[in-house]
Ligand binder design. Structure first.
Ligand code: TYM
Length: 326
């Protein structure tokens, strides 16, 4: 028995990087474990960068619909909004009082923006502490994430050990990150990490026309059609290999190496493969986006179940701190 947990921000549309780097591996792990997995929309984290209620809400439903479309089992696993669990912000405060300033100063989300301190709010600075609270509050053991979250997991593990050591008792479980080599950094259409920030993402739930247009925007080398091409230096090939079977990928590799096969042809293949691979998910996604009340019901039921665990774990720390139980 082991609890799988992970979260995705509601700061934009769910993209292929989120799907391949987090959602699909997380759902696969959840299936392998009997215990309910905890999946959530990190809407409080999104506030560090966005304050617009409408777009935050829209994105919350889009991310939730993506989880459900990809097959989240609502009978067993949870899908909740981080902001529906008041215990998480309470725990964050306790954890913050155990977090050295120097550790947060080195955290990469802050470091990247620290050249422009005027744009940094305290929420962004303490982002990793809230993330630690997200994980420790539910006794999570396995946390599937992309490579960009590795440092945050290290901070979480440090904090849990520090507190256990301080009270000389096992208050928190030390979680293990689960980062799959093959999908740890999915490239975007410009070859950099696929990210909402870089606006270089592909959303497989877009309508066909928009999706095709974005696939055709993927940057490729100026190699002439007849010339052989290096598949390992091509984003189109890389993305194809992540959505196609091993045999299909091998076939495409040969076409690249033989020459006489253009990037346009490769993009057409990638577009078709995305449609094929996500056909069922695209239909389910549309259903959930058109029926947000179903998502609300799942949010509500999941939050109740999550809070049952949260209160118990929080009380372990409250007791050690000398506060009465909730
Ligand atoms: P977020 O919302 O930026 O991304 C959600 C998940 O998607 C992964 N990911 C990628 N993986 C591979 N290639 C990419 N190009 C790519 N882009 C995104 C991320 O690594 C992540 O796993 N801080 C987190 C959200 C969070 C969280 C948590 C995660 C809040 N609390 C507790 C796990 C546990 C974040 O900003 O993810």
């Amino acid at each position: 028995m082991a609890r799988v947990l992970t979260g995705i921000q509601s700061s934009g549309e769910p993209h292929l990087g989120n799907l391949l780097g987090a959602i699909l591996p997380a759902l696969e792990l959840a299936e392998q474990h009997q215990e309910s997995a905890f999946f959530f929309i990190a809407d409080l984290h999104s506030l560090t960068s966005r304050k617009d209620a409408q777009s935050l809400q829209k994105s919350t439903y889009e991310v939730a619909a993506a989880w459900l479309a990809c097959g989240l089992n609502t009978e067993k696993d949870l899908l909740y909004r981080q902001s529906d669990i008041p215990e998480v912000t309470e725990l964050m405060w306790y954890l913050a009082c155990f977090t050295p300033y120097g550790q947060l100063k080195k955290a990469h989300a802050f470091k990247e923006k620290s050249k422009n301190l005027g744009q940094v709010n305290a929420g962004l600075f303490t982002y990793p502490v809230l993330m630690a609270a997200d994980i420790l509050l539910y006794d999570a053991e396995i946390v599937p994430v992309g490579k960009d979250q590795k440092q945050h997991l290290e901070i979480t593990r440090d904090l849990a050990s520090r507190i256990n050591h301080f009270f000389n008792e096992s208050i928190f479980i030390i979680p293990e990150p689960h980062i799959r080599e093959q999908v740890m950094t999915i490239p975007g259409i410009d070859g950099r990490k696929m990210s909402k920030t870089y606006n270089n993402y592909i959303n497989v739930f877009w309508d066909e026309q928009r999706l095709r247009k974005q696939v055709f925007r993927i940057v490729t080398a100026p190699t002439p059609l007849e010339a052989p091409k290096d598949p390992d230096k091509c984003t189109v090939f890389h993305l194809y290999s992540l959505v196609a079977t091993a045999e299909e990928t091998e076939e495409l590799r040969k076409k690249y190496l033989n020459g006489g096969f253009g990037f346009k042809d490769a993009k057409e293949l990638l577009f078709g493969k995305i449609l094929e691979r996500f056909k069922e998910a695209r239909e389910k996604y549309r259903y959930f986006i058109e029926n947000p009340k179903e998502i609300d019901k799942i949010f509500q039921q999941s939050a109740e179940r999550a809070r049952e665990v949260a209160v118990k774990v929080l009380n372990r720390l409250r007791k050690a701190l000398g506060f009465p139980p909730r």
